[in-house]
Write a protein that binds this ligand. Sequence first.
Ligand SMILES: C[S@@+](CC[C@H](N)C(=O)[O-])C[C@H]1O[C@@H](n2cnc3c(N)ncnc32)[C@H](O)[C@@H]1O
Length: 301
Amino acid sequence: MQTVITEVAKQLPLSQGESRRIFHGRGHCFSGFEHLVIDWFPPVAVARLYKEVEPDWIDHLSDALKQFEIIKGLVIQQRSRGRDAKQDLAWGEVPEQMNTMELGLFYQVKPQRNQNSGLFLDMREGRRWVMHNAGGKRVLNLFSYTCAFSVAALAGGAERVVNVDMSRGAINTGKENHSLNGLSGERVKFLAYDLFRSWKRVRQYGPYDLIVIDPPSFQPGSFVAEKDYRKVIRRLNELAEKGAQVLACHNDPKNGTEFLKQLMLEECPDFQFIERLQNPDDFPESELEKGLKVLLYTRER
Ligand SMILES: C[S@@+](CC[C@H](N)C(=O)[O-])C[C@H]1O[C@@H](n2cnc3c(N)ncnc32)[C@H](O)[C@@H]1O
């Protein structure tokens, strides 16, 4: 457990009161801990386990984290059970729902909730980029989840944002995230529906100057990258203004950057690859291609 203690001790002060991943074993940089990640929503830590471990191991982890006085509560989530993920309050106090901060903006999270807490911490640099580049732009946020990209875009001066996600619950949290930051109003739209049912409503609010595409890696029945990503990319031709920017994201370790680059080349030949955004420093990866890919493209004028 010393590996975990050393890394957590290094990461906690870097959070400066904001949310942060304080242990990222899944990046394969900490031998023997590939199944463990720990997210920090001050003052609460959420440890997620991606394989079955002995109860003793969980007790050791739980005791190890107790030595950090700044951590006031610990949730342990066992993700190896898929949809039946199980979470336990290990110790301390953890509210059902709380607000957390990232880049000076507030987001609602539910640390004890099954699976995801409400904010994907690996996308911090993507949101920073959007905040710095959305000024005056018409933004489309596809697969918006709790609309964190939208909050960042509006905080960065976007003219307007359209959010689309099939989860009404996620969209409702998205509305609250905008209220929390005083960003509600006419400049933002929330569309809760399955994107593959119709593109009409998305088209109706276009064209867009900045489009974010951040689908799940694999959500059978809703989005399977190998089959569905191409269908989304193809739509850029009718949705993007000349000169528009696109952030195409993909988080499946099986598919490297080439997967997205090839789709863009085939479906959107007048879009140029600009760069791959860097991932946050709290997500170390032994093999970059297996981590989150966020690719920036620009459409020719
Ligand atoms: C990786 S999350 C998006 C994260 C989000 N961009 C963020 O910054 O927090 C993927 C989202 O895609 C949504 N989704 C999956 N398939 C969809 C579909 N066919 N139409 C609309 N939304 C979909 C899920 O409900 C989920 O919220």
